[in-house]
Design a protein around this ligand. Structure first.
Ligand SMILES: NC(=O)C1=CN([C@@H]2O[C@H](COP(=O)(O)OP(=O)(O)OC[C@H]3O[C@@H](n4cnc5c(N)ncnc54)[C@H](OP(=O)(O)O)[C@@H]3O)[C@@H](O)[C@H]2O)C=CC1
Ligand SMILES: O=C1O[C@H](COP(=O)(O)O)[C@@H](O)[C@H](O)[C@H]1O
Length: 513
């Protein structure tokens, strides 16, 4: 199937810099900081396991270190994560054996995040591994994945910088991966960027947003710029509105303490949905080089106008404050619809409606591009619905185009139907990699295309900070909504006001095999 080819072409171009340099020969040490935590067990270690299974991490050159304060043994850490590997993509007969071999590559070190002792020990262990593999000093590769709350990033980066860097430069490297949310607003994010920037070069910092690793998010550039179809249509003359939607059918699920500090805008909209918006709205980059792509993303972000309060709906699901880590009077939104307006030649007047919510009626993430009505419509199609191009990011990756066709039969009646590219059906047997898996591989390969650059992050915070401050001050209040519902009714009203026309009586049903 063609899917592998385009990706390798994309990669080969963005790796042009690497191809020019010497192949990397040193050992690879991957350090997961915060190894005792939720992200590490659910996403980071399973992603590493999948890379190992596919041969991207060779036991002869890689070693994995877990680091956190919790005092546990190597085996205790291995037992914590084992279940998340077995219940992952465990489809091959050698799977249990592969799990055991992979787990043996992991060593755990306990230490604090702000004193040198633990990091000196970590460095010693990494070094011992490098020596055991005859890695020439200075050629080794050290990747630090910060699966930690952002509050400890500065001290951890300082410790890495002081204790754990490669001692000389013979083609090896030290890179850090930092998770979102990166800061809480413009000021704190900039402060954090400055602190980390004093310790690491921008090329060493990988600000991860796992939505950028999703298959259909990565497909956006190809879709938009490799298809003649879309080139002339993708603008304000043809598109009426764009929705980028994230829904989850569960609540904060034991993460209330974290979530209440951030809320849905910081957790999902300011990063995941805004990154998707950039790829939907940006101009064609000069090339696929990471800097060219990120330059275009920054331009879009900088063209977003100030958000108006009347174009925001906030919600909080009933029962959210039952979590004992959430204060009873919390004003934190668990749902938000926000209309963004891009002030440029292509998008003037087209609302980009970003919507995200927890504890809703379904789990889904999609982009919905709604086209304008057909001028001089002789079929009265308007009553049936508009053309829509929907990109379903998850679950069941698909792209479908809602269009009007003649209803089969003797009469000249029209009906809504769709052109459907459902991945499960079209790409049978193709395993779609997990987002984190792909992004970790990118960090090892030194490809920053799918990571957020410092100026991008700044521009993203500039858009949302004034609104977030108004919410933090209690000037905007979330409306209550029932768990398992569509969210507050005001959100649908805002959608309609922004111009979205719902197609009644039509539902796209994902095909099954
Ligand atoms: N969980 C998820 O699904 C996702 C998480 N993220 C981001 O990843 C990062 C880690 O998330 P997650 O694993 O859920 O977080 P956790 O709360 O599980 O924290 C990870 C580890 O960090 C240590 N830790 C926790 N709180 C503190 C603290 N206040 N000070 C110092 N150390 C602390 C703990 O290890 P110990 O006490 O052993 O040192 C803990 O096991 C966060 O930035 C989060 O926003 C991003 C996307 C999804
Ligand atoms: O970053 C986050 O993402 C998850 C949703 O990720 P997905 O890949 O399953 O869509 C969300 O649950 C979490 O609150 C947020 O921090």
């Amino acid at each position: 199937m063609g899917s592998g080819n385009w990706r390798s072409e994309l990669r080969s171009e963005s790796f042009a810099r690497e191809a020019e340099s010497e192949p990397e020969t040193g050992t690879l040490s991957i350090v997961v900081l915060g190894a005792s935590g939720d992200l590490a067990k659910k996403k980071t270690f399973p992603a590493l396991f999948n890379l190992y299974r596919q041969g991207f991490l060779q036991p002869s050159e890689v070693h994995i270190f877990g680091y956190a304060r919790t005092k546990i043994s190597d085996d205790e850490l291995r037992n914590r994560i084992r279940g998340y590997l077995i219940h992952g993509k465990g489809d091959s007969p050698e799977h249990p054996e592969a799990v055991s071999k992979f787990l043996q590559l992991i060593k755990y070190i306990s230490g604090s995040y702000d004193t040198e002792e633990g990091f000196r020990l970590l460095d010693k262990e990494i070094y011992a591994h490098e020596v055991s593999r005859n890695s020439l000093e200075g050629t080794s590769r050290r990747l630090f994945y910060l699966a930690l709350p952002p509050s400890v990033y500065p001290s951890v980066c300082k410790m890495i910088g002081t204790c754990c860097m490669n001692k000389s430069d013979l083609g090896g490297w030290t890179r850090i991966v930092v998770e979102k949310p990166f800061g809480k607003d413009l000021e704190t994010a900039e402060k954090l960027s400055t602190q980390i920037g004093q310790l690491f070069e921008e090329q060493q910092i990988y600000r991860i947003d796992h939505y950028l690793g999703k298959e259909l998010v990565q497909n956006l550039l190809v879709l938009r710029f490799a298809n003649r179809f879309f080139l002339p249509l993708w603008n304000r003359d043809n598109i009426d509105n764009v929705q980028i939607v994230f829904r989850e059918d569960f609540g904060t699920d034991g993460r209330g303490g974290y979530f209440d500090q951030y809320g849905i805008i910081r957790d999902i909209i300011q990063n995941h949905l805004l990154q998707v918006l950039c790829l939907v709205a940006m101009e064609k980059p000069i090339s696929l080089k990471p800097e060219h792509i990120r330059d275009e993303k920054v331009k879009v972000l900088q063209s977003v106008l100030e958000i108006k309060d009347e174009e925001v709906v906030l919600g909080q699901y009933e029962g959210y404050t039952d979590d004992e880590t959430v204060p009873d009077n919390s004003n934190t939104p668990t749902f938000a619809t926000v209309v963004l307006r891009i002030h440029n030649e292509r998008w003037e007047g087209v609302p980009f409606i970003l919507k995200a919510g927890k504890a809703l009626n379904s789990r889904k993430a999609e982009i919905r591009v709604q086209f304008k009505d057909v001028p001089g419509d002789i079929f009265k199609c308007k009553k049936q619905g508009r053309n829509e191009f929907v990109i379903r990011l998850q679950p069941l990756e698909a792209m479908y185009m809602k269009l009007t066709v003649k209803q089969p039969g003797l009469e000249m009646h029209t009906v809504q139907s769709e052109l459907d590219l459902s991945y499960m059906q079209r790409y049978q047997g193709v395993v779609i990699p997990e987002a984190c898996e792909r992004l970790i591989l990118d960090t090892i390969r030194g490809d920053q295309q799918h990571f957020v650059r410092r100026d991008e992050l700044k521009a993203a915070w500039e858009i949302f900070t004034p609104l977030l401050h108004r919410i933090d001050r209690g000037e905007l209040k979330p409306s209550p909504y029932k768990p398992g519902s569509r969210g507050p009714v005001e959100a649908d009203e805002l959608l309609e006001k922004a111009g979205y026309v719902q197609t009644h009586g039509y539902i796209w049903i994902p095909p099954t095999l």
